[in-house]
Design a protein around this ligand. Structure first.
Ligand code: S3P
Length: 449
């Protein structure tokens, strides 16, 4: 079953209750952002790329299917080990059916960029959640490069058909919002353009595309721009060469057991190989400011991304103010941070959350609703979320998951320490990013029913 087939009949509700201390050592699955990029860059490279630690979640598997339909050879060679033989920059073949990205904005928008630099036509589609998300933000720069939208795209939404540029133009593009997906789409299209494609961002977003492009042999330079931004310049029309990619554990997935260990009394949990790229670790910074005990050791840098072992012990948390400029480095983590904020003493103010409205669901509204239904006071004021923590959470609520994996996981984490059980109405979308979430959480002491 693909996500696009999922309907209300397939909902999988699940409940958690207060549990004993969480303990043990776990490795959460491979980073989702890096996994998508490894497959896409592998597909655009000449020769073989070997990827280990790939996230075998539904989002990434949909990207694998898409790049296979575009002509790359992709083979699973072992557990989380994949081999990709690419077609070369601009070498994609025309797919003979629509590319279905299921729930994944990253897979869809990055492949749009790669298709925009190839002289082919492809139709992009996804599930109801992805069909509701804005695509204009990516199509605008891709049209400047020379791609055309020829069908669909009502109001900038999927399904839509894109004709790639025969002669892509190098552009200078200032991203209107801090978005690694927009930046990456432009850079992937720019691979096929003669000369230098430049992306300027006023707030730096995750830089995995830049790091991995360099690892695959691209000529790419990134320099600071203003107080928080970056200017990235890529020289196009040179080949990428197949490379080895070691995918570290995903900090956005690690966020769930980490917050669980902080709020469940007596917990002491170790997470290995967690990627700690500074453009992804805003949550860890914030949790430490709240009083969370998160110790880092065994720092390594394999294949261009820093990773470490994290030891987390349950902690008394206090409310803090999270500045808006931190948002890009923790954009996927506000839901679970809001859970921590509910258990903290005092007010937590999270500022500048407008981008949360266009994720897998409207996460700003969904976060407030998740808290309120479980007895936590939460208020949205313009783009800010204000949570009144009282040191404990009543629980007892039924949380609407809205086809969003991170809502379901956040609700289940909340239930592990709340006074009464917490239920998520549909946990099936957890498989998009963290297929082993439930068995892994059970293994460290969580109870689900
Ligand atoms: C991602 C970028 C972010 C993030 C998403 C993954 C990526 O989206 O929310 O989960 O891998 O590039 P935006 O680029 O829309 O901020």
């Amino acid at each position: 079953m693909t996500h696009s087939d999922r309907s209300a009949d397939h909902k999988t509700p699940l409940e958690t209750r207060r549990c004993r201390p969480l303990s043990g050592t776990v490795r959460v699955p491979g980073d989702k952002s890096i996994s998508h990029r490894a497959l896409i860059l592998g597909a655009l490279a000449v020769g073989e790329s070997r990827v280990s630690g790939l996230l075998e979640g539904e989002d990434v598997l949909n990207t694998a299917k898409a790049v296979r339909a575009l002509g790359a050879s992709i083979e699973r060679t072992g557990n989380f080990a994949w081999s990709v033989r690419g077609v070369g920059v601009a070498g994609f073949a025309e797919p003979n059916s629509p590319l279905d990205f299921g729930n994944s904005g990253t897979g869809c928008r990055l492949v749009m960029g790669a298709v925009a630099g190839s002289p082919i036509t492809a139709t992009f589609d996804g599930d109801a959640s992805l069909r509701s998300r804005p695509m204009r933000r990516v199509l605008d720069p891709l049209e400047m490069i020379g791609a055309r939208v020829v069908a669909g795209e009502q109001g900038g939404r999927l399904p839509l058909t894109l004709v790639g540029a025969r002669d892509p133009l190098p552009i200078i593009y200032r991203t209107p919002v801090a978005s690694a997906q927009i930046k990456s789409a432009v850079l992937l299209a720019g691979l096929a353009a003669p000369g230098v494609t430049t992306v300027i961002e006023s707030e730096a977003s995750r830089d995995h595309t830049e790091l991995m492009l360099r690892h695959f042999g691209a000529d790419i330079v990134s320099e600071p721009e203003g107080p928080h931004g970056r200017r990235i310049a890529l020289t196009g029309q040179s080949e990428l060469h197949g490379a080895e990619v070691v995918v570290p554990a995903d900090p956005s997935s690690a966020a769930f057991p980490i917050v669980a260990a902080l709020i469940v009394k007596g917990s002491d949990l170790v997470l290995s190989d967690v990627m700690i790229n500074p453009l992804r670790t805003g949550l860890f910074t914030t949790l430490r400011e709240m009083g969370g005990q998160i110790e880092q050791s065994d720092l390594r840098n394999d294949a261009g991304e820093p990773m470490a072992r994290l030891r987390v012990r349950s902690s008394r948390l206090r409310g803090v103010e999270v500045p808006p400029e931190r948002a890009p480095s923790m954009i996927d983590e506000y839901l679970v941070l809001a859970v921590a904020a509910g258990f903290a003493e005092g007010t937590t103010i999270m500022r500048g959350l407008h981008e949360l409205r266009v994720k897998e669901s409207d996460r700003l509204e969904a976060t407030a609703a998740m808290l309120r239904v479980n007895g936590v006071k939460a208020e949205i004021s313009a783009d800010d979320l204000i949570v009144e923590g009282t040191g404990h959470v009543q629980g007892g609520g039924l949380v609407a998951s809205h086809m969003d994996h991170r809502i379901a996981m956040s609700a289940l984490v909340m239930g592990l320490a709340a006074d009464k059980p917490v239920k998520a109405d549909d946990t099936s979308f957890i498989a998009t990013s963290f297929p082993d979430f439930i068995p892994m959480m059970r293994a460290i002491g969580a109870e689900f029913s």
